[in-house]
Design a protein around this ligand. Structure first.
Ligand SMILES: Nc1ncnc2c1ncn2[C@@H]1O[C@H](COP(=O)(O)OP(=O)(O)OP(=O)(O)O)[C@@H](O)[C@H]1O
Length: 805
């Protein structure tokens, strides 16, 4: 597209500058069009060749199509705001910065990719450290048209004839309306943020910052940077981004594609385990219990307990002798196997069978079932059995070697017992293939949970948990909480991978295969097992996968090359362990604000984080309660890595007026903590009103009506967590009939989100709901970009939030 030249007597210097930039932008778009056409042609060529090709060349074609598709995708995305910056250097060189690199057919640079080293000065240059930059210019475009410019003169002495225009467009960009989904900030990344984004790829990056300092934005831009600079290492699903809840991941999932990066996996803490999905928060009390590291030991014991509904007795017959193992003997066998199974309970069946057979044999010998002397009389318990059998009409005892009684070898005994249906039935019922959910569900039984609790849980705590699981997990549609998901993953790790199919078993008619599982070896025998097919993924599949930020369905727990954790201050120890299992060889970017933490024992969570990250202190410090016995994990602990720590200090979200209100709560929650510096003053003071308790809901509706006329973008109504006074129905009732841009959500769901305007209901209730209630309130008060209304039933809170109390 080309623009018409700006003419007429009212032309300003800025108009002229815009016209100059427009010509360059037009040139870049022309070339982008050609590049997109080239990428499409390459995809078509790849498909054509793969249709005609041999198997060997198929793989190459496949890779070619995949690469071309990624390229086409990035070029498509770059169409919106292709060029956004220009640098004029002391060398008189001019560089244009944009979303992707654009070169002429002769390989001259038209636009430099924002992630390339040559673009770094665009974000880092300051008047104190100009890095050879004389003028930095930000181009604001709408579609393909340049509509505004913003200049920074960094080296006035070298400016010569350079024109400088601008009117604070950066601050204007901060004040823009929020449309519901987060946007990228490539054009306005600030220096302290750029240092995080471009931090070395080899270590762990830990970023701290108050609400609105751009932690999430920076983490996502870092992913785009890593994928651009190290695609080999981090590409093809090597990056995992974890956010607190689904609402949050939906909110950020537009940013990566807008950066041209669609190949990272974006998951909430409720969606990390394949096949399960959680969307409810536990009460603070339950979250504390479920999230504690001590749960590892509890779950280990739960798995070692006898299975619910399993048989209490094993009976086999050999040579006419009934051999019986009762509960105490069976418990002993089970404990032995668990002690040796080292976290792969589901694959231990072979060992279980052997152990049972050994014990049966010992029992058989004990009861006199075998004697070295051929003529020795049958005695003791054996005689008793003979009597019982005779009474039951089962006839006299007759061994394989004749009527003289059991004179049989151990091998014959084992062979005979193995082949008995009763033994196989027992094995499948007594040591079934267990699923994480069925183990967790079993803990809804109070007695069972008390047994598993050991000294890691008090009795009232164990009973509270059992009641919660009994209610949430019984029935066909269990309701899982975010913390439950981490427990399921822990159990999954303890149970070990499901038995694997074996080629041998597939090819043979095996009498020990019951319901697709060889009950002796524990191997799963899948009817349709075809390895050749499994190893092939087509280019179309991979292309499809790369198009979406997150749609992978996998059967196994994937490991990633890089993991980004947002809102890390809220992760429980068990959640850190869940992430640690996905990143044993990963590098990490962790962003957090400890002041926003809803987690009570931050130290314990810190230790779990260090263990996951392989921090310098993890080996020494990770010895908390319930951890000493966690041998399996310690062996696999991540190696120590270089650590780069950063702090972000500017609040880009809130107006100074709104920031002042949240700062008052921060001062209560963490006296002395320093809030981030807000940079935008709007003149709109927050409205903080006292309303009678029973009028809060009506007042909230009225507040929303008012805000709908004041702001064009999103409005968040943030209510306390469900408890006796507040219920999920309140949220539904409040939202009824309101337009889509109004969202009603509880304080925990509001984490990480932002709205043009926010209504905070009952701050006094939020503050009182848990020991960390003040921090939760601090988070809620820092969500709005322009307008804030707080409705309280407590006049003390009205004064306090207004700065009068
Ligand atoms: N350099 C920047 N230029 C323009 N906007 C920015 C910049 N940095 C951050 N922002 C904007 O500021 C807002 C807050 O950013 P973000 O949500 O990443 O902050 P955060 O630190 O993660 O906040 P919280 O702790 O509350 O989750 C977003 O709208 C983001 O786009």
């Amino acid at each position: 597209m080309s623009s018409s030249p700006v003419t007429g007597p009212e032309i300003t210097v800025k108009d002229q500058e815009i016209a100059v930039e427009q010509r360059r932008v037009d040139e870049a778009y022309e070339r982008l069009k050609e590049m997109r056409a080239d990428a499409q042609a390459m995809i078509r060529e790849g498909y054509r060749q793969s249709l005609a090709g041999t198997k060997g060349s198929l793989v190459d074609r496949d890779a070619m199509v995949h690469q071309a598709a990624l390229r086409a995708q990035a070029l498509d995305v770059a169409d919106d705001g292709l060029v956004f910056g220009r640098l004029d250097l002391t060398t008189r060189e001019t560089r244009y910065i944009g979303r992707v690199g654009v070169r002429t057919r002769d390989h001259d640079s038209l636009v430099i990719d924002w992630r390339a080293p040559a673009a770094e000065a665009f974000y880092r240059a300051t008047p104190e450290d100009p890095r050879d930059v004389v003028r930095r210019r930000v181009l604001h475009t709408r579609g393909h048209r340049v509509v505004d410019l913003e200049d920074d003169l960094l080296d006035p002495a070298a400016a010569d004839s350079l024109t400088v225009v601008g009117d604070g467009a950066f601050l204007a960009s901060l004040a823009r309306t929020r449309e519901g989904a987060m946007r990228d900030i490539v054009a306005t990344i600030q220096r302290e943020q750029d240092e995080v984004i471009r931090a070395p790829a080899d270590g762990t990056v830990l970023v701290r910052g108050a609400p609105g300092t751009g932690k999430t934005a920076v983490a996502l831009h870092r992913v785009a940077y890593l994928l651009f600079r190290h695609r080999q290492r981090f590409g093809s699903r090597g990056v995992l981004i974890v956010g607190p809840n689904r609402r949050f991941t939906a909110y950020i999932d537009r940013v990566l594609p807008s950066l041209g990066e669609g190949s990272a996996a974006l998951r909430s803490l409720g969606d990390l385990v394949p096949g399960v999905s959680a969307a409810v928060h536990d009460s603070p009390e339950l979250a504390r219990l479920k999230g504690a590291a001590a749960m590892t030991a509890v779950l280990r014991r739960a798995i070692a307990d006898h299975v619910p509904g399993g048989p209490d007795e094993l009976r086999v017959v050999h040579a006419g002798v009934i051999v019986r193992l009762t509960r105490p003997e069976l418990d002993k066998v089970r404990n032995q196997v668990h002690r040796r199974s080292q976290g792969s309970v589901n694959t231990a069946r072979r060992r279980v069978a052997d152990q049972l057979l050994d014990t049966l044999w010992d029992r058989y010998v004990d009861i006199g079932g075998t004697e070295p002397e051929p003529d020795a009389p049958v005695q003791g318990e054996l005689a008793l059995w003979e009597g019982i059998l005779a009474e039951s009409g089962l006839g006299a005892l007759e061994g394989e070697e004749g009527p003289a009684g059991p004179r049989t070898s151990r091998e014959a005994f084992l062979k005979n017992v193995r082949e008995q249906g009763a033994f196989a039935d027992f094995l499948t019922a007594w040591w079934p293939i267990r699923t994480p959910l069925d183990v967790l569900r079993s803990l809804g039984d109070r007695a069972r949970l008390r047994r598993a609790a050991g000294r890691d849980l008090d009795r009232p705590d164990a009973d509270l948990l059992a009641a919660a699981w009994s209610e949430a997990l019984s029935g066909d549609a269990p309701t899982l909480s975010y913390q439950d998901v981490a427990l399921l993953d822990e159990i999954d790790a303890l149970l070990g991978p499901p038995p694997r199919p074996s080629r041998r078993a597939r090819d043979e008619e095996d009498p020990y295969v019951i319901d697709g599982v060889n009950i002796l070896t524990g191997e799963e025998i899948a009817d349709d097992w075809e390895p050749e097919l499994r190893e092939l993924t087509t280019s179309i599949e991979r292309l499809e996968r790369s198009r979406r930020v997150d749609d992978e369905v996998t059967d196994t727990r994937p490991e990633y090359a890089h993991i980004v954790v947002d809102e890390a201050q809220d992760l429980s120890p068990m959640q850190w362990r869940m992430l640690g299992r996905r990143g044993r060889h990963a590098t990490w970017t962790v962003v957090e604000d400890p002041a926003q933490s809803a987690w009570e024992d931050l130290d314990e969570a810190r230790r779990a984080m260090e263990a996951a990250l392989g921090g310098p202190t993890s080996q020494r410090r990770d010895r908390g309660r319930g951890r000493g016995r966690d041998r399996g994990r310690d062996r696999r602990q991540a190696p120590a890595r270089a650590r780069h720590e950063f702090e972000l200090t500017t609040n880009y979200r809130n107006t100074t007026e709104i920031a002042a209100v949240s700062a008052r709560v921060l001062d209560l929650a963490l006296p002395g903590a320093r809030p981030a510096r807000a940079v935008r003053t709007s003149g709109d003071d927050p409205l903080i009103t006292t309303v009678p308790q029973d009028g809060l809901r009506t007042a909230a509706r009225e507040a929303v009506e008012t805000l709908l006329t004041q702001v064009e973008g999103t409005i968040g109504v943030i209510i306390p967590l469900p408890d006796g006074t507040w219920t999920r129905r309140d949220a539904t009732a409040l939202a009824e009939g309101l337009p889509e841009r109004v969202q009603v959500l509880d304080v925990l769901d509001a984490k990480g989100l932002e709205f043009d305007a926010a209504v905070i209901l009952a701050p006094e209730a939020v503050a009182a709901q848990s020991p960390r209630g003040l921090r939760v309130l601090y988070v809620a008060l820092s969500r709005a970009t322009r307008r804030l209304i707080v409705l309280t039933a407590d006049p003390t809170w009205q004064r306090l939030l207004s700065g009068l109390g």
